[in-house]
Design a protein around this ligand. Structure first.
Ligand SMILES: [Zn+2]
Length: 306
């Protein structure tokens, strides 16, 4: 009787210990795929990590463009160590979204962070994107005590470095957000466009962060018209594109605006318009995204009503 009780207690204790000793759930490995754009310019991609990260190796150190979702700063730093012994000196964020800025907080506090002036304001709030309110995540910069926040901003243009190391930053107006920076590496004839050109497909028009479906086509056309000598574009989330692809993408967005204006004029609701939309023939091959298209029609209706 007594032995049975003791045995029972031992089994119960053993079961408790087994529960306690259970290892934490395995973290999914954060694997970065390295693409070599030029001898001193790489793109780090990870499907689950967020936006494309550019790594530009200059004489004085490394400039990083966009730092992905929370938890990806350390893997980016580790991958850079495999590419160069030079330290990271600067981060440029193309815009405010959590899948482009969150890794900032894992970089050394000494690293300079440069963004468009509106993006700095947006990063102070880190409001969820239009249509993605349910996916809101905690503000990483509040949790970091401000580490990783911008130290320098620009309004229209800004140049960092010189000669082979020169980087030109441009802002041409509202689009994906109200702070989309075009990041150009003139010596390499390459540009990182961020999410104002994320992929060939409907853009995310993020009105919550100042984005505009009325402006995005013009903003893209201005960039195409004003920025000289670029052959290759690192997109926000897709493969590399050509300079001609940027022009085509501006026209795709202008055509979408013109179509939405007609739908509104003919009295169609957002739902009715969304049900009618198909990617126009000149843009076949673009990825359709019905949910994003519907959100974008709503954003443009709201803008046109004002
Ligand atoms: Zn974005």
């Amino acid at each position: 009787m007594r032995r049975a009780l003791v045995l029972g207690m031992l089994i119960a204790f053993g079961a408790l210990a087994a529960v306690k000793a259970q290892p934490p759930p395995p973290q999914e490995p954060k694997v970065l795929e390295v693409g070599k754009i030029k001898d001193n310019l790489y793109v780090l991609k990870a499907a689950a990590g967020g936006g494309n990260t550019a790594v530009f190796v200059t004489a004085d150190g490394v400039v990083v463009v966009d730092t992905k979702y929370p938890g990806w700063g350390r893997p980016i730093l580790d991958k850079i160590k495999e590419l160069t012994p030079k330290p990271v000196t600067t981060i440029i964020n193309t815009h405010t979204h959590a899948d482009h800025v969150s890794g900032n907080v894992e970089f050394p506090a000494s690293v300079d962070v440069v963004v468009h002036e509106n993006t700095k304001v947006n990063m102070e709030r880190m409001a969820p994107a239009t249509g993605r309110e349910a996916q809101a995540v905690p503000n990483v910069f509040t949790a970091s005590g401000g580490r990783g926040m911008p130290k320098h901003t620009f309004k229209d243009t800004m140049t960092l470095g010189s000669g082979a190391d020169r980087i030109d930053l441009y802002y041409f107006g509202r689009g994906h957000t109200n702070g989309d920076a075009f990041v150009v590496f003139p010596a390499l004839r390459v540009m990182h466009a961020g999410d104002i050109f994320a992929r060939k497909g409907p853009p995310l028009l993020d009105a919550n962060n100042g984005g505009s479906g009325v402006a995005i086509g013009d903003t893209l056309a201005k960039a195409h018209g004003a920025i000289p000598n670029v052959d290759q574009i690192i997109t926000g989330h897709s493969t590399e594109m050509t300079w001609a692809d940027l022009k085509e993408y501006s026209e795709f967005n202008k055509a979408f605006l013109a179509w939405v204006q007609l739908e509104m004029k003919s009295g169609k609701s957002v739902d009715e318009a969304a049900a009618e939309y198909a990617i126009p023939e000149p843009y076949k091959g673009y990825s359709p995204n019905p949910a994003q298209t519907k959100s974008n029609i709503g954003v443009i209706y709201n803008e046109l009503k004002k």
